[in-house]
Design a binder for this molecule. Structure first.
Ligand code: NAD
Length: 342
């Protein structure tokens, strides 16, 4: 039987544990998988583009377990009453190829994206960082804020979104949890005095949400929203002002902010910072930039964490997903009670 966590169970798990507790646990799984990066199968995700958005499959394996995620990105969806990003995914046993665990991943993707951002920032942002500017206050935003509080202790937010209702929603959700929130009227105002800047907007266009003059020395930039060909948030000059850290260069060069740069533009693979093979922040003044697109190994970690954290609880259901006859060579036995025709 395949174990299954649906949306209702995922919601109950998050409410029971708390987002920040989950973020801390998930970061441990992410760090342990990123530290053994070379053991994984890696390919850029398989994308099917349309004028409305993209549908992607994200597979990976450490040769013991295999995972994939199905995810979409449709920036015009909220105006039609749908989410921009939805997802589900599964783990399978490499030994016999059977799926072992299936889960909703719309909420899990928001958790894993924020946990990955926070993990990277813990290694790259100045340790005394206190204030984060957030450009874009959509579905991912609260998760990003809670991830950064769980991992870096950030409680002061300066938020800008072209849609004032999105900022009000964020304030409504986060102020009761103890965040101090300044609603800014522009990107310029939001980034004033910020130690960390998170850009997390959705638009199927090459935008300039952030120009080079917005990024002061010493800032860590967490660029989350540009994750698809033709969909970027930052001016190209931002990248020459600092060092750029990525998940998997082969995918990021296609989808990330650095699609704007030459194919050999220098980047640091973040896993190498974790393992000590590359240097993280070099000085208080350095600008560090995480060009996040979301990579399959983070989904692998998130699925493993969810599976392990909910194992043996009422949050997992058995799913009758695989036809598995007693005689493995007699698949027809499952249907042989059918009446002969005629
Ligand atoms: P969403 O549609 O819920 O929210 C996006 C917000 O951005 C909206 O509130 C919108 O008003 C705002 N916005 C758009 N243009 C803006 C601008 N010029 N200035 C300020 N605000 C602007 O989307 P979401 O689910 O929160 O996702 C945000 C982005 O993150 C998407 O582009 C998505 O594809 C991406 N994403 C990346 C990862 C990753 O791993 N890197 C994971 C999940 C989602």
């Amino acid at each position: 039987m395949t174990q299954f966590v649906d949306v209702a169970s995922m919601t109950r798990w998050i409410q029971r544990e708390g987002v920040e507790q989950i973020m801390s646990g998930m970061v441990r799984y992410l760090e342990s998988d990123f530290a053994r990066w070379e053991r994984f199968d890696k390919i850029p995700r398989v994308a099917s583009h349309t004028p409305f958005g993209v549908i992607e499959l994200m597979p990976t394996s450490d040769h013991e377990e295999y995972s994939f995620k199905y995810v979409n990105g449709h920036p015009f969806n909220p105006a039609r009453g749908y989410q921009t990003v939805t997802a589900f995914g599964m783990l399978a046993d490499v030994d016999n190829g059977y799926p072992t665990f299936l889960a909703e991943m719309t909420l899990l993707t928001a958790l894993r994206t924020a946990a990955t951002s926070a993990m990277v920032a813990r290694h790259l942002a100045r340790p005394d960082s206190e204030t984060m500017a957030m450009i874009g206050a959509g579905s991912q935003a609260e998760f990003q804020a809670l991830g950064f509080r769980a991992v870096l202790g950030i409680e002061k937010l300066r938020v800008y979104d072209v849609d004032p209702a999105a900022v009000e929603k964020l304030r409504r959700n986060l102020e009761p949890l103890g965040f101090s929130i300044v609603a800014a009227v522009s990107t310029e105002e939001a980034v004033e005095g910020a130690d960390i800047i998170t850009t997390c907007t959705a638009d199927k266009a090459k935008n300039t949400i952030l120009a080079a003059e917005h990024v002061r020395p010493g800032v860590h930039l967490n660029a989350v929203g540009g994750d698809c060909p033709g969909k970027t948030e930052l001016a190209a000059e931002v990248f020459t002002a600092g060092r750029v850290f990525v998940e998997y260069p082969e995918q990021t060069r296609i989808e990330g902010e650095i699609q704007q740069m030459a194919p050999d533009f220098p980047v640091v693979e973040f896993w190498q910072v974790l393992t000590g093979q590359a240097e993280g922040r070099l000085s208080r003044e350095e600008i560090t930039i995480f060009d996040s697109v979301g990579f399959a190994i983070a989904d692998f970690s998130a699925l493993r964490y969810l599976r392990d954290a909910t194992a043996g609880t009422d949050l997992q259901a058995h799913l009758d997903l695989i036809a598995d006859p007693e005689d493995p060579k007699d698949l027809f036995s499952l249907v042989n009670s059918m009446k002969p025709v005629g």
